[in-house]
Design a protein around this ligand. Structure first.
Ligand code: SF4
Ligand code: ZN
Length: 735
């Protein structure tokens, strides 16, 4: 290693360790040795210290031995006339720097508990996210393991101007990398520049503003250490394994932008321990391959328009670029991005207009592969903020294509469209909701690009199942309504394919973990009588999906021994759930809302909630925008129970599921329903009446309240009493 870099790194390490010692002494004087310290909501303490030294720092006093280790690791300062130092002392100095910086950051959490937002997104008045908690780790870390995100760029400092910052960030996003940001250069910070350039930052867009100071670099390194411990089976204290795991599997590098201070050198040297090289835009000395990496450790003076390409080359990352012919960036990094308020150019669906998406089979000679038609007004025909109804119809043909595959391709539309920068997609079937941003429109995004995305990506991912696909996009009210009607008839037919099946007649259920990219621990297990809560996947669909893609998101689950027949709990399902939720849940019940119901994710068609005063339950569909008797609108409900957790008293479910015989059987099934929006009642009436008839209460629907009766429990209770609703005389629901 170059003498200049080594001396600077060692000098920097001394400064950082001294600062940590000073902060620690002051904190000890103020709070004492037993004061709890740490990063929020994590089982990994100070993760670098824990990963490398195996020391769980829980109290201020626990920091003392760590600081002692820093002192032992710190090499003496390099003298002017001393011989050329070699790499090892600089690496040790870098390691000591990270330990010391974790201590500094932990003490900051003690001194200023609200310095960081402690969530996934910045807030209006706070940009700094601080350490990722374990929820974020589980959700995002898995992407480092399954290859959705190959690694990260740790950026320190700032670009010369916001435009350059934006270009670098987008290039990194396109390579599916996370961007971890810290520190400042000449009073400017990369995260602030992105905001200035109108870029949405936060974990969902993979642009993570960790903190304003260089010490926030430990949040990036700590994240890598935790990935190795939580997904790689590396134990705390197994430092060599942790370093090697990351060198081999995490494609990370450090990108200092601007003047490289002694402290920055110290951090860069620390990162080399993990095999993470440094690629700088300033003319610092270069360091060529030696023992640790087979590639350069430090590459310098790289122009901004080449820095991402150069970094990726140095680190040896092979990026599978998805060739999608759209004028905006495209990839999983843009999946979580939202389009809001002033940014909206065009909105479709979401309760404001009709929006429907449908994949349907056609004869071979009826389909011209890649043909995209927009029938009706296009984006450029509406003034922002505009609205249009939309029907997206994908017509598929193929010798091996089966009708059973339609819903599977259809369910891909959600994430495939979301991958486009500046386009947001929520929902499915006839509750789709799309927003297109002004920025995307400025870049030339038009409605036909939705079709181009589907054509390119469905061929890429599902090409074995079909030969040709063409896409028709309707935006004229009348045509949309016509498609809506046709599609709804098909949805009903698809749903009804499992009509005769019961949960008892099969030993195999299917999992669906498609939604884990949004709700990390969410696991749908789909049985014949419990359709997926998005309403888009039933048991048949999952079976077909497994046939197409045996290693995909729908796996057979052997239901195994019955644990509770009434609640709907099976040993095999529990075991699967435990594995698929990565240890978060060890059981749930298929047929109950009160007793550990299934996990709920954000795309459920309906959410049911217990209404204690009425001794019943209500359920509300996504397209109903009004207030409900549980005191929350659908959006609020989805926000509070839709994160992939179990919330007793609430459960997400599909519309069709209401009329399946096992629907909330543990609480008495549909006899417990005391409130539903009128539109939902009308939609499911026919099937509902049949079920009610079977139960011997043919007029049950008429005894159920809706918004025309009231929107609070107090308001609907007299109606229920008057109608002698069966729920009122049933066992107490919260028994
Ligand atoms: Fe699959 Fe469930 Fe998500 Fe539907 S809600 S896509 S069934 S995980
Ligand atoms: Zn979902």
């Amino acid at each position: 290693m170059s003498k200049i870099i080594c001396s600077a790194a060692i000098r920097g390490a001394h400064k950082v360790v001294e600062k940590a010692e000073k902060e620690w002494k002051e904190a000890m004087d103020k709070w004492g040795a037993t004061e709890p310290v740490g990063f929020p909501n994590t089982a990994y303490y100070l993760p670098i210290v824990y990963a490398i030294l195996g020391i769980p720092v829980e109290k201020l006093g626990d920091m003392e031995p760590v600081l002692d280790r820093c002192r032992i690791l710190l090499p003496p300062l390099v003298k002017e006339n001393s011989p050329l130092p070699y790499l090892a002392p600089a690496l040790d100095a870098g390691m000591a720097t990270f330990f010391a910086e974790e201590i500094i950051e932990a003490i900051r959490y003690l001194k200023e508990p609200n310095f960081y937002t402690k969530q996934e997104d910045p807030t209006d008045d706070n940009l700094w996210l601080g350490a990722a908690d374990d929820v974020i780790l589980r959700k995002r870390g898995i992407e480092f393991v399954d290859g959705t995100a190959p690694g990260f760029a740790a950026i320190a400092g700032a670009a010369p101007d916001p435009e350059t910052a934006k270009n670098i960030a987008i290039e990194l996003q396109e390579k599916n990398l996370y961007v971890f940001m810290c520190a400042e250069n000449e009073g400017k910070r990369f995260s602030e520049q992105l905001i200035e350039a109108g870029v949405q930052i936060g974990w969902p867009t993979r642009l993570v503003s960790f903190g304003p100071d260089i010490s926030a670099a430990v949040f990036a390194m700590g994240f890598a250490c935790r990935v190795a411990m939580s997904f790689g089976g590396v134990k705390p204290g197994q430092f060599r394994r942790n370093l090697i795991y990351n060198k081999d599997r995490t494609f990370a590098f450090v990108m200092p932008l601007g003047f490289v201070s002694d402290e920055w050198y110290a951090n860069a040297a620390g990162a080399i321990n993990w095999g993470f090289p440094t690629i700088a835009d300033t003319p610092i000395p270069e360091v060529l391959p030696t023992g640790i990496c087979t590639y350069e450790h430090v590459v310098s003076n790289v122009p901004h328009d080449q820095i991402v390409r150069r970094s990726v080359e140095v680190r040896g990352l092979k990026v599978a670029v998805s060739e999608v012919p759209v004028p905006v960036s495209y990839g999983p990094a843009f999946e979580g991005e939202r389009v809001r308020g002033d940014d909206i150019h065009l909105e479709m669906g979401g309760g404001k207009t009709h929006a429907v998406e449908w994949i349907t089979t056609q004869e071979m000679d009826q389909v011209e592969d890649g043909k995209i038609e927009v029938i009706g007004p296009n984006i450029t025909d509406v003034q922002a903020p505009g609205q249009l109804p939309i029907a997206i119809v994908g017509e598929v043909a193929g010798r091996n294509f089966e009708e059973d595959f339609e819903p599977i391709l259809e369910r891909q539309i959600h994430h495939l469209i979301n991958y486009a920068q500046g386009v947001m997609h929520i929902g499915q079937r006839d509750i789709a909701w799309i927003r297109i941003s002004k920025q995307a429109v400025e870049k030339g995004f038009k409605l036909e690009h939705l079709g181009k995305i589907l054509h390119a990506k469905l061929h890429q991912d599902f090409g074995v199942t079909f030969d040709k696909i063409q896409v028709k996009i309707y935006t004229e009210e009348e045509r949309v309504n016509k498609i809506l009607e046709e599609a709804r008839a098909v949805y009903a037919k698809r749903d009804a394919r499992i009509e005769g099946m019961t949960d008892e007649t099969t030993d195999i259920f299917y999992s669906c973990t498609l939604c884990q990219s949004f709700a990390p621990n969410h696991v749908c297990i789909i049985s014949p009588e419990r359709t997926g809560l998005c309403g888009a996947y039933n048991w048949m669909d999952c079976k077909a999906s497994y046939e197409i893609n045996p290693t995909g998101p729908n796996q057979p689950v052997e239901k195994g021994e019955v644990i509770d027949e009434n609640l709907g709990q099976w040993k095999g399902c529990n075991e699967f759930l435990h594995k698929a939720s990565r240890g978060t849940f060890d059981h749930y019940n298929f047929y109950s809302i009160v007793n550990d119901p299934m996990t709920t994710c954000g795309c459920c068609e309906c959410i049911a909630a217990v209404l204690p005063m009425c001794n019943g339950i209500m359920t509300v569909n996504r397209d109903y925008l009004g207030m409900t008797p549980c005191g929350m609108k659908f959006t609020t409900l989805a926000g509070s129970v839709g994160g992939g957790v179990i919330t007793p008293g609430f459960v997400g479910h599909g519309k069709y599921n209401i009329t399946q015989r096992k629907f909330l059987r543990a609480e008495g099934g549909i006899q417990r329903i005391v409130w539903m929006p009128k539109m939902l009642k009308e939609e499911i009436k026919e099937r509902f009446d049949n079920r009610a008839e079977e139960m011997g209460i043919p007029d049950l629907m008429e005894r159920i309240a809706d918004e025309t009766i009231g929107e609070t429990e107090e308001d609907i209770l007299p109606f229920l009493e008057e109608k002698q609703h069966p729920a009122l005389t049933m066992d107490p629901i919260l028994g």
